[in-house]
Design a protein. Structure first.
Length: 192
């Protein structure tokens, strides 16, 4: 339509598999026949799409972090330091145990929120916000800890973990920042 244009492709820290540009709307005339619902309901329609989107972003964080953990486990089996394989040091085993436990908690909360959304439960929006906030914070943190397990190699692109860390960082920002997720949960709690 006349008035719709796009900004330049943005250079980003990560997420380079998906191009990001501004969508610019200047004096765009949209006919009534294109309306998605009754007048005044646009915000509600847009918000309704976000609950599922938040689960999607949480699931992307979970998958990325699981992949980083799997890569770290494989690396720790072969790398030796001070005469032992890395996966034989109890301090590192405990770190792995925490990472796996936190990912399992994120996975379970995502399932719970997805179930609430599917069944149109009244607390679905709050659960989706909780799951997005938790899975994206934990996902980033687990990926960062996995990178640490590689030592200096973790910082090199060859091993693929630094890319996961850069990609997961944005999940704490988009589809509603994690501060806004807390706002949604807090409003629901205080409202009660
Ligand atoms: C790679 C990428 C892709 C994107 N894709 C899309 C897309 O496809 N569609 C789309 O619509 N948008 C997209 N976005 C935009 C994204 O959704 C927003 O950047 C995000 O929602 C945050 O909004 P903002 O940048 O305006 O931050 P601001 O609203 O300016 O917030 C700045 C900071 O203040 C905090 N803050 C703001 N208000 C409060 C408050 N009330 N209480 C506490 N803290 C607060 C925020 O959490 C944040 O930390 C994309 C962004 C990126 C980086």
């Amino acid at each position: 339509m006349p008035g719709v244009s796009f900004g330049a492709n943005e250079y980003k820290m990560g997420w380079n598999a998906q191009p990001t540009r501004q969508v610019i709307l200047e004096d765009v005339r949209v006919p009534k026949s294109n309306r998605l619902g009754p007048e005044g309901s646009g915000f509600k329609i847009a918000m309704a799409g976000l609950d599922g989107g938040r689960l999607n972003i949480g699931a992307c964080s979970l998958g990325g972090a699981q992949s980083a953990l799997d890569k770290a486990l494989a690396y720790m089996k072969q790398r030796k330091a001070f005469g032992k394989r890395l996966d034989e040091f109890q301090a590192l085993q405990f770190r792995l145990a925490d990472m796996a436990t936190e990912l399992e908690a994120a996975r379970t909360l995502l399932w719970r929120a997805a179930c609430a959304l599917d069944t149109k439960a009244p607390d679905a929006t709050m659960l989706c916000a909780m799951a997005k906030r938790f899975a994206t914070d934990i996902g980033f943190d687990v990926a960062d800890r996995a990178l640490q397990m590689f030592g200096g190699y973790g910082y090199l692109s060859e091993y693929g973990v630094e890319k996961i860390v850069r990609d997961l960082r944005v999940h704490r920002i988009l589809e509603g920042t994690n501060e806004i997720m807390r706002l949604i949960v807090a409003r629901e709690l205080v409202g009660r």
